[in-house]
Each structure stands twice: as structure tokens, then as C-alpha cells.
Design a protein. Structure first.
Ligand SMILES: Nc1ncnc2c1ncn2[C@@H]1O[C@H](COP(=O)(O)OP(=O)(O)OP(=O)(O)O)[C@@H](O)[C@H]1O
Ligand SMILES: [Mg+2]
Lengths: 385, 235
């Protein structure tokens, strides 16, 4: 388009105005990108939970451990398909700031219960065979640049080893991915038995149980049966679906998300009015120039398109920078929030959505001045200018 | 078929309606402009000079009568047809130059060429030929805010001739300039008329400017009046 230079020159003729309006749009899209990513992360935890998976935790406090004996007892309850268990290890790699989410699990059942996680059979066999082996999630491996065969020292500031020290030398035997990119792979798992035998307290506790039922329809029934089994024992349980568990965990944040979404909506509306008004004034100032262009032979539809192109260019200028900043912000935050919000990403679908809104903002803010320029009569244009 | 008259106006009328009032500017005006003419139009303020130029340039449409340009009726063209016709045939020169303030001289001169199919290289070649013609090659990159009135008007002339139109319409082209600068601009118009065969219609208040034209018509109350009559009156 030959007129692009003209459009560009018109857009940039008042630097201060350009700066302020694109800053407003920048902020709007920064907020939009960040909040939409946050919402996506909040929802993905719920969406990704399997329908037939239940979580069993200590009734008084879900961080309290449960006796190991519960594993077999639960497995024998009617409707329970497969039980596995996990212990929180925490841990960090090389320095405390570099947190690595690590759990001690049962190698024989863990990946059966979490069937959305995928590992090659060879790596699975190698991991099961090596008591000091660790299975690392794809995302975690990528972040730390770990490969199969790497020896990684993982330290804990909770646990210490029987033989002294608090660093476990683990060997990466496999890397697991997932059937869906939304599934969290930002953690790793190692052998429960090895953990219990090497840590100074020993014991036979598990952190929590995870199980699948034969059918999602009997979830409630099975959950009730489990909790009744351990009623009045010294470790009563609280069983809920993974979905409900995740939902309860993030509900508070979710509500905050709704409020933020309202704020974003208001911000967008304000910016629409401000930018729209600025465009109207900017074009009105140019009435005589538009009359000159028409006199020279520029058609009205052509001038109409030039003005829309200008408002869209403005919208994309501020919008793309804002979206880029949102990407950096989300990327930075996702490292710190990985434990709570494993899926905090500004992905393609959010970007595409943002591009759509940029186009919409550009068209809406440009349409009024574009129409008045389209209709402008040359003679009255000159007498106004 | 070639036509020796560039413009023929027959029984032209123009009325403006403002609310309940109707102002009649022209009522049965006839006029002929031969090719190669350099016509000056003089007359008191409000006599309809600008309105006439607007009608000739297809910027405004007559209420009645015929406008024949180079053998063809143009009074009944649609707005978009007129827009194209203007781009192809008419160069405009205004009293206050009307350059785009955010474009430098060469980009201003280039504007009419954006309406053609010329490549950007060809456009720039023509722009520089036009700037050379008005003696401003060395100011090609200057912004309007950095130029004097005379220079601005020369840029405007370059813009008016760059697409090689048959007709130049000038509304008080020297109205904002001092005597010496005005003379330079008028000499330039004379050159375009004599050596490049451009037909020129120029509105002016200045008898000295009118002397550069080949003939002068006096407009008063929507009619052309004989020069002698005016002379007698003023004598
Ligand atoms: N768009 C319009 N609507 C109503 N009246 C108009 C319009 N344009 C011009 N007129 C009127 O038509 C008459 C002629 O105006 P025009 O501008 O042609 O005069 P002019 O001879 O160019 O005057 P000047 O020497 O002051 O430029 C004036 O009375 C003016 O008020
Ligand atoms: Mg006038």
C-alpha cells in the first residue's frame, strides 16, 4: 500500500500524543495478557483433573501423613481400581533458590494412576530397576537442561540422610511427557522405598493417597466408604475428587481472578473512550488537509481506509508491545509460581485473542473519524480549515 | 477529434441553499477557455471567483447548465468519477499552499503520483524533475516549516504539475507573497503556460499579477463585465 508512508507520518506527527495513547493501549494489553494467562492457569488445574481420580488426605490437616498400611486397606475397598501414594520431598538443585518440586512415589503404580503422563517403556523399566533413579517431567528437565543419564544432586532443607548430609544423588533414568500440553510436567518423582530407607527418620508414612475408581459415577460412594473405614482411627481421612480438591485449593484465587477480569474490562472500556476521542480530535484537526487530498484526487473510500489503517496501526503498536511485556511478565512469574500455578503460560490462543482485540480496538476507535472524513465535502472542509 | 477549446460553460447556474435562504451566484453564465490560454479572473470579493474555479475543477457541481471539458460533459459525473477526472486533468494551486505539514517537499510533490501506477523509482524521478523545474531540487528533503512562502508556493506548483495535467487552477496564488516573490511565481506560471503548454486559470486581486496572463476577465455579481466598462467607471 503506497499510502502507508502517509499513514505512518500522520500517526507520528505528534510524538507526545502518540506516546500517551500507545502507552494507554500498552497497559491495557499488558493487563489483558497477564490476567488471561492467570485465568487459564487457574482453570487448567480443574480441567486437567481426571474424572475418576480421588485424593485421600489426613482429615485434620492435609499436610499430616497417613500410615502406610492405608494403601492396602484402600485398595481392598469396593470400587477402587488402583491406588498409589506420594510423599512431599521438596528439594532444591545446587542452591536453595532453585526449587525443584520432588515427590517420593511408588514406581509400580504411580504412572498407572496418572495415565495422562507418558514415558517410554525402556525408560520406565530402567527407572524401576534403579532405586536411586529419578523420573523427571519434561518441563522441569527443559528448565534445568537435564538429560537421561545425568547425575543430579538434590538437597532438602526438611530431610537429612541417615549417613549424614542432606543431599541425595539421583540419576535421571527417564523423562515423562503428557498427552496434553496443559498437563503439569514441572516436577519429578523418585522411589518411595529408597527415600524411606535413606532418610534419618525412616518410618512408614505416606503423604497422601491417590486412587482411581472403576467409574466416575461411583466416586461419591467410594469416597464415603474410604472415610468411613478410617473413622474413629488415629488418622481419619478426607477423600474428595481431584477436581474438587483442586477447585477448593484455588477457589479463593479464582474469585480474585474474577475481580481482576472486571478491572480489565473497565480498563479496556476507558481506553476505548480515550483513544477513540483522541482519534476524533486528531482527524478533526486535519479537516483542511483531508479536503486537499480529496481535491488532488484521493477518493473518499481511500481516505476512509487510511484513517482506519492509522487507528489500527496505533492499536497494534501499543497492543503488541503490551502483549510482549505481558509475555515477559508471565514468563518471569511462572518460575516463582510454578508450585502453585504450574500452567501459567501466555500461549498462542491468548495471543491470538489479543490480536483480535487489537484489530477490534483499532477499527472501533477509527470508525467515527473515518466516516466523517469519508463524508467530508471539499468546500466545507476548506472553509473549516 | 481534437478540440481547440479546453472548457466550454453553457448557461451555467449555481445556487447555494442555506436554510430557507437561496443565494444565486451564477445564473446563465457562458464562458469559453481555449487550450493554451492563460486567463486571469478578477473581481470584487464575493463576486464568485472561487466558486467558478471550484466548478471548473470539479470540486463543486453546478446547479444547472453544461460544463464541457475537452469535448466531454463533466457536469453530470458522479463524485468518484469526478475525483478520478480531477486527478488526471487538473493541477491546483492555492493561496495558502496547502502542503502536508508532516511531509517533506518531495513527499508533498509525490502525492498526486500516488494515484498513478508508477513505481516508487519512477515517482521519485518525476518528483525531482518537477522540483528542478521550480528551482528547488536542493530543498527536496526540507519540511514545509523550514521554508519561506515563496518556496512553499513553488513546492505547491511542483505538486500541481508533477502528474502533467492539462489545466492549472490557481486561486490567488500570490495573495500571500511580497511583490518580488509574487513576480517570481508569476514568471514561473508564465513559463509553464508558454513553454509547457499548460492552460492556466488564475484568480487574482492584483492587477499587476493579471498582467502576466494573456487575457483578463472581470467578474461582478456573477457576470463577466467588459474591461472597458470597468476602466470607464474607475476613470
Ligand atoms: N458553500 C457555500 N455556501 C453558501 N454560500 C457560499 C458558499 N461558498 C460561497 N458562498 C457565497 O458565494 C459568494 C461567492 O463566494 P466566492 O468564494 O466564490 O467569492 P470570491 O469571489 O472568491 O471572493 P474572495 O475574493 O473574497 O475570495 C459569496 O457571497 C459567498 O458567501
Ligand atoms: Mg475566493
Amino acid at each position: 500500500m503506497k499510502d502507508l508512508y502517509l499513514v505512518y507520518k500522520n500517526l507520528t506527527r505528534k510524538k507526545m500524543r502518540l506516546f500517551l495513547t500507545s502507552l494507554a493501549i500498552f497497559v491495557a494489553f499488558l493487563i489483558f495478557g497477564a490476567v488471561t494467562a492467570l485465568q487459564g492457569a487457574l482453570n487448567s488445574g480443574i480441567e486437567m483433573s481426571a474424572d475418576n481420580r480421588l485424593v485421600v488426605v489426613h482429615k485434620t490437616n492435609f499436610t499430616n501423613p497417613l500410615p502406610y498400611a492405608y494403601v492396602n486397606k484402600v485398595q481392598n475397598i469396593d470400587g477402587v481400581h488402583q491406588v498409589t501414594h506420594a510423599n512431599w520431598f521438596g528439594g532444591y538443585y545446587q542452591e536453595p533458590a532453585n526449587q525443584v518440586i520432588t515427590m517420593a512415589v511408588d514406581p509400580d503404580t504411580y504412572f498407572d494412576v496418572y495415565s495422562e503422563l507418558v514415558v517410554s517403556p525402556e525408560q520406565m523399566a530402567a527407572w524401576k530397576a534403579n532405586r536411586a533413579g529419578v523420573m523427571v517431567g519434561e518441563r522441569l528437565a527443559k528448565v534445568n537442561n537435564w538429560k537421561v543419564g545425568d547425575q543430579i544432586p538434590i538437597s532438602s532443607n526438611i530431610f537429612s540422610k541417615k549417613e549424614g548430609g542432606h543431599t541425595w544423588e539421583l540419576k535421571v533414568e527417564g523423562i515423562f511427557g503428557a498427552t496434553d500440553p496443559q498437563v503439569d510436567t514441572g516436577y519429578m518423582v523418585f522411589h518411595y522405598k529408597y527415600f524411606m530407607e535413606t532418610q534419618s527418620w525412616g518410618g512408614d508414612n505416606v503423604g497422601w493417597l491417590v486412587l482411581t475408581t472403576d467409574d466416575p459415577a461411583i466416586n461419591e460412594q467410594v469416597a464415603k466408604a474410604i472415610d468411613e473405614t478410617f473413622a474413629n482411627s488415629q488418622a481419619e481421612t478426607d477423600t474428595s475428587t481431584e477436581k474438587a480438591f483442586n477447585k477448593a485449593f484455588i477457589e479463593q484465587i479464582g474469585n480474585i481472578g474474577l475481580i481482576i477480569f472486571g478491572v480489565v474490562f473497565m480498563a479496556f472500556f476507558t481506553i476505548l473512550v480515550v483513544v477513540g476521542n483522541t482519534m476524533v480530535l486528531a482527524i478533526r484537526e486535519r479537516t483542511a488537509e483531508i479536503a486537499v487530498l480529496k481535491t488532488l484526487g484521493f477518493s473518499s473510500p481511500r481516505i476512509f481506509r487510511m484513517i482506519l489503517a492509522e487507528s489500527c496501526l496505533l492499536s497494534f503498536l501499543g497492543g503488541l508491545l503490551g502483549l510482549g511485556a505481558a509475555y515477559l511478565a508471565v514468563d518471569g512469574a511462572s518460575e516463582f509460581l510454578a508450585r502453585f500455578l504450574p500452567n501459567l503460560v501466555l500461549d498462542g490462543s491468548i495471543a491470538l485473542q489479543a490480536l483480535g482485540y487489537m484489530l477490534l480496538l483499532g477499527l472501533v476507535t477509527g470508525i467515527v473519524p473515518a466516516i466523517s472524513a469519508l463524508r467530508l465535502n471539499i468546500i466545507s472542509g476548506f472553509s473549516k480549515g | 477529434m481534437t478540440h481547440e477549446n479546453l472548457f466550454i460553460l453553457k448557461n451555467l447556474s449555481k445556487r447555494f441553499v442555506k436554510g430557507k435562504e437561496t443565494i444565486s451566484i451564477f445564473d446563465g453564465l457562458d464562458m469559453t477557455i481555449p487550450k493554451g490560454d492563460f486567463l486571469a479572473i478578477m473581481g470584487p470579493s464575493g463576486s464568485g471567483k472561487t466558486t467558478l474555479l471550484n466548478l471548473l475543477g470539479g470540486v463543486d457541481q453546478p446547479t444547472g447548465g453544461e460544463v464541457i471539458f475537452d469535448g466531454e460533459r463533466v457536469d453530470s459525473l458522479s463524485e468518484s468519477q469526478l475525483t478520478k477526472w480531477r486527478a488526471n486533468n487538473i493541477g491546483f494551486i492555492f493561496q495558502f499552499y496547502n502542503l502536508m505539514p508532516m511531509l517533506n517537499a518531495e513527499r508533498n510533490v509525490e502525492l498526486p503520483l500516488l494515484l498513478t501506477n508508477l513505481s516508487s523509482k519512477e515517482r521519485m524521478q518525476r518528483v525531482h524533475t518537477a522540483l528542478k523545474l521550480v528551482g528547488l531540487e536542493d530543498r527536496a528533503k526540507h519540511m514545509p516549516s523550514e521554508m519561506s512562502g515563496g518556496q512553499l508556493q513553488r513546492v505547491a506548483i511542483a505538486r500541481a504539475v508533477v502528474s502533467d495535467p492539462k489545466l492549472l487552477l490557481c486561486d490567488e496564488p500570490t495573495g500571500d507573497l511580497d511583490r518580488q516573490t509574487a513576480d517570481e511565481i508569476l514568471q514561473m506560471l508564465q513559463l509553464l503556460n508558454r513553454d509547457f503548454g499548460k492552460t492556466i486559470v488564475m484568480v487574482t486581486h492584483d492587477p499587476a499579477a493579471a498582467r502576466y496572463a494573456s487575457r483578463t476577465l472581470h467578474l461582478d455579481k456573477g457576470q463577466f463585465v467588459e474591461k472597458e466598462q470597468l476602466m470607464e467607471k474607475s476613470a
